[in-house]
Design a protein. Structure first.
Length: 231
């Protein structure tokens, strides 16, 4: 009986984890918009699970930065403030710059012999996807992940993933225009070239420029949206 209860508990926890992952994907992909209330009944029906399982999954997301639990009102997709955006970009920039520098150093040392070629292949795919923001966004994530993995610092990668997970709420807006994609691609090329050359300091500078430019692109889009709303 004890073993059976334990197995049931493990199965329930696993199911809640799967539901959590699906809700997280829906938020990251934009299927659930910022500020939107999470409807437990609708989600449970769509996923074929109980409302209790959905509720458990939602509660487990409370510390992710993706949702807000409001007393007597329910759970809502988090709406980021401009100050939060700035802080997240600053934190992401520090980790990413370090990772690019470390990746370049490891390429120079021969520790990451396949990284330069992998980055080059990713860039080639980006160049053919520059008019498809969704495809480019996925390749963009892969490019950054290659560099974080190449840095050989699992703890930094974990911290970076947590920051980026929250940033998905607004980062897509920064790559919503073809001109922005072209600039982003140029910045990726500079990072890739520095890493391939084993130039740690240039890789760090190129990474810092890339993250700073990403924030500037986001601010311009927000300002343009605000101006349009006031017309």
């Amino acid at each position: 009986m004890v073993a059976s209860a334990k197995a049931i508990g493990q199965a329930r926890a696993t199911l809640a984890d799967e539901v959590r992952g699906e809700i997280e994907r829906m938020i990251v992909d934009g299927d659930l918009a910022a500020g939107e209330k999470l409807n437990e009944l609708a989600l449970s029906s769509a996923m074929g699970v109980s409302r209790g399982t959905v509720r458990e999954a939602i509660r487990s997301l409370a510390d992710s930065g993706l949702i807000d639990l409001v007393a007597n009102r329910g759970a809502f997709v988090h709406e980021t403030t401009l100050e939060e955006v700035r802080n997240l970009y600053d934190l992401r920039g520090a980790i990413f710059a370090m990772a690019c520098a470390n990746s370049a150093r490891r390429v120079a040392e021969g520790t990451e012999p396949a990284l330069a070629e992998a980055l080059e292949k990713n860039l080639a795919l980006m160049e053919t996807s520059h008019d498809d923001a969704k495809a480019y966004y996925s390749l963009n994530i892969a490019f950054h992940n290659m560099l974080l993995n190449g840095a050989g610092n699992p703890r930094a990668k974990s911290m970076y993933d947590n920051v980026v997970r929250e940033m998905h709420l607004f980062r897509r807006r920064g790559l919503s225009l073809v001109t922005n994609i072209a600039q982003s691609l140029e910045e990726h090329r500079a990072i890739s070239d520095a890493v391939a050359a084993g130039d740690a300091e240039e890789a760090r500078r190129a990474a810092e420029r890339h993250i700073t430019s990403g924030f500037e692109r986001y601010i311009k889009i927000v300002e343009n949206d605000d101006a349009g709303a006031s017309d």
